[in-house]
Design a protein around this ligand. Structure first.
Ligand code: PGA
Length: 255
């Protein structure tokens, strides 16, 4: 089974609407020709609508960086899956470590969001990852498998198959310190084994597992050469069209 690679750019809390539109246009113009890979950008909430409009006729997907699990309600400051689908998003990142660490997001909450996203036809990009303290204590697998179970536990097998998982070791995010391809592969393989237990071999072989954490043009190829690494969730290097395009073009020498 060959899984179609998926490269997503997480813009976090960067860029104005005008800057985001310019970057989105450039990414569309430069990345649309790479037909063998799914490309997704995740702008800040204020830019989602204009960027979805700008990319509507292109193969580039748009992700929100978070959502609430309810379809609507008195939840000041939140955005629902219904609203995100309405503006044109196809994906939502859930459980990013910054949300877990800085905004108190829990495993249970991530699971509710993943459930709600599938209910409304959106694809969750479910982030899991250990801190340095957890890694040094030998708890990496315990942590990421617990996060995976909680995120996907309420999904049907076909929903699991359509979900994207992102393994992002917290110590590698924004630090310039990437997991080695072998370190990442070890965890990706363990995640896939857990997916077999959750949903069976056929489903597990369909799930795309991205690596995230200081992915750059010069390390993407080695990461992507690993059998269970199916893409990347890119932060800092997604903020210029040049570096993001070079990551998307990881298989093409001429990019
Ligand atoms: P980074 O961020 O590429 O800047 O390390 C990755 C992420 O947080 O998704």
């Amino acid at each position: 089974m060959t899984r179609r690679p998926i490269i997503a750019g997480n813009w976090k809390m960067h860029l104005t609407v005008a800057e985001g539109l310019a970057l989105a246009s450039e990414i569309r113009n430069r990345c649309a020709r790479f037909r063998g890979v799914d490309v997704v950008v995740a702008p800040g909430a204020a830019s989602l609508y204009p960027i979805c409009q700008r990319l509507a006729d292109s193969p580039i997907g748009v992700a929100a960086q978070n959502c609430h699990h309810a379809a609507q309600g008195a939840y000041t400051g939140e955005l629902s899956p219904v609203q995100l689908a309405d503006v044109g998003c196809g994906y939502v990142i859930v459980g990013h470590s910054e949300r877990r660490q800085l905004f108190g997001e829990t495993d249970e909450g991530v699971g509710k969001k993943a459930r709600a996203l599938h209910d409304h036809g959106l694809t969750p990009i479910v982030c899991v990852g250990e801190t340095l303290v957890e890694r040094d204590a030998g708890r990496t697998l315990e942590v990421v498998l617990r996060q995976l179970d909680a995120a996907l536990g309420s999904l049907r097998p076909e929903e699991i198959a359509a979900s994207v998982v992102a393994y992002e070791p917290v110590w590698a995010i924004g630090t310039g310190r990437t997991a080695t391809p072998a370190q990442a592969q070890e965890i990706h393989a363990a995640l896939r084994t857990r997916l077999v237990a959750l949903a069976g071999e056929t489903v597990a072989q369909k799930v795309r597992i991205q690596y995230g954490g200081s992915v750059k043009p010069d390390n993407i190829r080695d990461l992507m050469s690993q059998p269970d690494i199916d893409g990347a969730l890119v932060g800092g290097a997604s903020l210029t069209a040049d570096s993001f395009t070079r990551i998307v073009a990881f298989e093409n020498e001429d990019a």
